[in-house]
Design a protein around this ligand. Structure first.
Ligand SMILES: Nc1nc2c(ncn2[C@@H]2O[C@H](COP(=O)(O)OP(=O)(O)OP(=O)(O)O)[C@@H](O)[C@H]2O)c(=O)[nH]1
Ligand SMILES: [Mg+2]
Length: 450
């Protein structure tokens, strides 16, 4: 049955187109964020906003007891024998299986370069030697958007892992889009370690976890299979952290391995659908996030420009006040001093210096200030001069203090901000709209889109 499923998945031209569109959307979104000159990540960073570029593929983490068929499932999906399989403990580390141009096996360091999101794994002692990437040239249609993470089989008891396997799986689970838990019916299914890890993963990511009864063709008769399912379900329900009573557990097997020709129902296409569904959700989420990020960038630019306008008008007022105080601080002592000197100097001297008309004019203009001086007893003239000196100092201080300016943007900075805002609002949002339309067209068809 699932042989047919697989045929359908690869040969359907609509499917092929679907994946190509999704792939292109995710790629384009990624480059809108990381593009050298006008990447959103850099634009946002200049506004002190931290954005993460979206990933181009979804990550599917496979966990389960030893020999549950995790690696075999990956090989089946990819249609290429990339992972070693067998009854022995085959997978000992973490392997990222992804599609690429050339069949290649990469080391731990290369893996972290390829998947910088997962670089925290490095902090776990001993993991690096057990980290690898297998690049497959498989043209299996959905595979171009998926990275599988194969994990070591989980066993109880004396088995010693060269690193903290539980912790590593929990970390990977934090970043995976889907977590497939494989239970096989051959006795290992109720491995405590698996249940413990699932319970802990479930605390944070219950919606990402999907359970499968793998190698279902080996489960014996229908009654045996039901019994195994019951046991696993009961065991899961006993865990307070799982709370999964009545959950769905499709039975799956790799069709080619069904040597006993078991007639058990194979729901392996459920896995393919689940992967597809997650890809579609990821595409939608990525486009929605793009819209939100554009909005946030525009708001921040507007805020910054508004702040700059406020600062500029504040500075204008500050300069005005400063100039006024400065003027007063400068002019007041001169006027008073000139008058004081003029009134203390004898009329004859003034007349000889300025002429008769000049001396009279000076007297008229200085009359108010002269009367001020006259009202002060001559003994206090020096004190008054001291006070005036003090007032002048205060005025000059006020002039300096009130003309302190707020920082403003240069003309070039403003232009760059405005350009970025226009680019984000017009260009990026325009691309986002076009991509959304393409996405919708491939799923509902153009006739339904207004
Ligand atoms: N009959 C049958 N056998 C299967 C199926 N899937 C896997 N096997 C066999 O089960 C054995 C274990 O498969 P693996 O894929 O190596 O299992 P694993 O979960 O990767 O095991 P570890 O890497 O040791 O954790 C292999 O001999 C496979 O051929 C299946 O669907 N049906
Ligand atoms: Mg394996």
């Amino acid at each position: 049955m699932s042989g047919k499923v697989r045929q359908r998945a690869t040969a359907n031209p609509v499917d092929a187109a679907t994946t190509t569109v999704n792939e292109r959307i995710l790629r384009e979104c990624h480059s809108l964020y990381t593009d050298g000159e006008k990447g959103l990540v850099d634009i946002a960073e200049n506004l002190h906003l931290k954005l993460l570029a979206p990933r181009k593929k979804i990550t599917v983490l496979l966990i389960g007891n030893h020999s549950a068929g995790k690696s075999t499932f990956i090989n089946w999906y990819v249609e290429e024998h990339v992972q070693r399989t067998g009854v022995a403990i085959e997978t000992q580390g973490f392997t990222f299986v992804t599609s690429g141009k050339k069949r290649e096996s990469l080391t731990g360091n290369a893996t972290l370069h390829l998947y910088p999101h997962f670089k925290d794994l490095m902090k776990l002692e001993g993991v690096m030697e057990y980290l690898a990437t297998e690049v497959s040239t498989s043209k299996q249609i959905k595979f171009s958007l998926v990275t599988f993470v194969d994990t070591p089989g989980l066993v109880d008891g004396d088995m010693k892992y060269p690193f903290d396997v539980d912790e590593a799986i929990l970390w990977l689970g934090d970043l995976a889009d889907l977590i497939f838990v494989f239970f096989d019916p051959m006795g290992q299914a109720l491995c405590k370690r698996t249940l413990n890890i699932v319970e802990r993963l479930n605390e944070k990511h219950s919606e990402r976890i999907k359970f499968y009864l793998s190698k279902a063709d080996e489960a014996g008769s229908e009654t045996d299979r039901q019994r195994v399912m019951m046991q696993i379900t009961q065991e899961l329900c006993k865990r307070p952290g799982l709370n999964k009573c009545g959950f769905d557990m499709p039975t799956i097997y790799v069709p080619q391995l069904n040597v006993r020709s078991s007639r058990c129902v194979n729901q392996i296409d459920e896995i393919c659908k689940q992967v597809e569904k997650t890809i579609n959700q990821t595409v939608q989420n990525t486009l929605n996030t793009l819209e939100r990020d554009c909005e946030q960038i525009s708001e921040l630019v507007d805020k910054k420009l508004e702040e700059d306008r406020t600062a500029s008008s504040y500075n204008l007022r500050a300069r005005g006040k400063g100039a006024l105080f400065g003027f007063l601080g400068f002019i007041l002592p001169i006027v008073l001093l000139v008058n004081f000197l003029a009134s203390s100097v004898s009329q004859e001297l003034l007349k000889s210096l300025l002429g008769k008309a000049g001396a009279e004019a000076l007297q008229v203009y200085m009359a108010p200030v002269a009367s001020f001086w006259k009202s002060i007893p001559p003994d206090y003239h020096m004190h008054t001069l001291g006070a005036l000196f003090f007032i002048t100092l205060v005025l000059l201080f006020l002039a300096k203090w009130s003309s302190r300016l707020l920082p403003t943007l240069s003309r070039k900075q403003k232009r760059v901000l405005q350009e970025n805002r226009d680019y984000v609002q017009d260009s990026v949002r325009g691309r986002k709209e076009a991509l959304y339309l393409e996405y919708l067209q491939q799923s509902v068809g153009s006739a339904d889109i207004n």
